[in-house]
Design a binder for this molecule. Structure first.
Ligand code: NAD
Ligand code: UDP
Length: 310
């Protein structure tokens, strides 16, 4: 049994990860400040004898004797990370320093939930880990993108200088149950809008692409990455390479929900990446991992979840 700290454990991905780690017999500390996470996500876990919830902000130091840390604390949806952009940078940067400090002290392995946003609006397609990205350092997405880039830098420097046992994964657009209905990201927005008979809001003309990964595939990838030996630190892309336009996604959601909703076009936000698709050769080779749940099947599970809460 390992003692595992999950920062951002009450969030969408964190709650699935905590559940999976508990089911494997580990002891889990879920640390969260509940900015975008919620108690309802972890309600089924409360009362489990090896599950502990700590309300704490990662911008402040935290000390716990642990074997592994998954560092997920950070708002991930554009509307939430732009709500208090300075706090977003602090969460990524100071959060990384504080969690790396504790990992260094306890000799724990620590995995950083980085993002495909480090590639920005990419010139290389699909994106390989060797691509350095095309990121605007002063735009409205920069608090998130640059915060995550600095966090990667910190992870690498703590590894090089202090021999901290790090792992970096770059997560591509992930969806599934436990996303907040007002999260603001495209999959949850479209499903909630379709179920409520509202117009589906496409930003821009809907020709921009994303590659959507179901959360269970991601959690499997995270666990496999954590289990690799210390010499493999990443970064490694974890995502589903099947690419869709946002218009295709809207049409699929309308069809699968049987909704009478129409599509409404809204202005495209600044710096919205035009295309995104992971090259997952490295994950296949080093983790023997690839996604198993394709969009239709994942959407079905997510639609069922939202039917129960909206
Ligand atoms: P989420 O917003 O549901 O979860 C983030 C969690 O972190 C929430 O529970 C929130 O309350 C917590 N948090 C935020 N700031 C904090 C702070 N200062 N101290 C402590 N807790 C704090 O988002 P998610 O989709 O579950 O994302 C989890 C992680 O995965 C994030 O780091 C995100 O950047 C990364 N990621 C997610 C995606 C995706 O598509 N979902 C893609 C790339 C990367
Ligand atoms: N998007 C959209 N309608 C929405 C929410 C998002 O058309 O209601 C678009 C958004 O402009 C982007 C894509 O969907 O092009 C994915 O957005 P999301 O916020 O989910 O993730 P990210 O932009 O961070 O990849």
């Amino acid at each position: 049994m390992k003692q595992i700290l999950v920062t951002g454990g009450a969030g969408f991905i964190g709650s699935h990860l905590c559940a999976r780690l508990l089911s494997e017999g580990h002891s889990v500390i879920c640390l969260d400040n509940f900015f975008t996470g919620s108690r309802s996500n972890i309600l089924p876990l409360i009362g489990h004898k090896f599950f502990e919830v700590v309300r704490h902000d990662v911008t402040l130091p935290y000390y716990a004797e642990v074997d592994e840390v998954y560092n997920l604390a950070c708002p991930a949806s554009p509307i939430h990370y732009q709500f208090d952009a300075i706090q977003t940078v602090k969460t990524s940067v100071m959060g990384a320093i504080n969690m790396l400090g504790n990992a260094s002290r306890t000799k724990a392995k620590i995995l950083q939930a980085s993002t495909s946003e480090v590639y920005g609006d990419p010139f290389e397609h699909p994106q390989k880990e060797s691509y350095w990205g095309n990121v605007n350092p002063i735009g409205i997405r920069s608090c998130y993108d640059e915060g995550k880039r600095v966090a990667e830098t910190l992870f690498m420097d703590y590894h090089r200088i202090n021999n901290v046992r790090i792992k970096i994964i770059r997560i591509f657009n992930t969806y599934g149950p436990n996303m907040h209905p007002n999260d603001g990201r495209v999959v949850s927005n479209f499903i909630v809008q379709a179920l409520q008979g509202q117009d589906l809001t496409i930003y821009g003309d809907g020709s921009q692409t994303r590659s959507f990964q179901y959360v269970d595939d991601l959690v499997e990838g995270m666990i496999r990455m954590m289990a690799t030996d210390d010499s493999f630190v990443g970064p490694v892309n974890i995502g589903n390479p099947n690419e869709f336009t946002i218009r295709e996604l809207a049409e699929k959601v309308i069809q699968m929900t049987g909704s009478t909703s129409k599509i409404a076009y809204r202005p495209l936000p600044h710096d919205d990446p035009k295309q995104r698709r992971p090259d997952i050769s490295l994950a296949k080779k080093r983790l023997d991992w690839e996604p198993t749940i394709q969009l239709e099947q994942g959407l079905q599970k997510t639609i069922e979840y939202f039917k129960g809460i909206v």
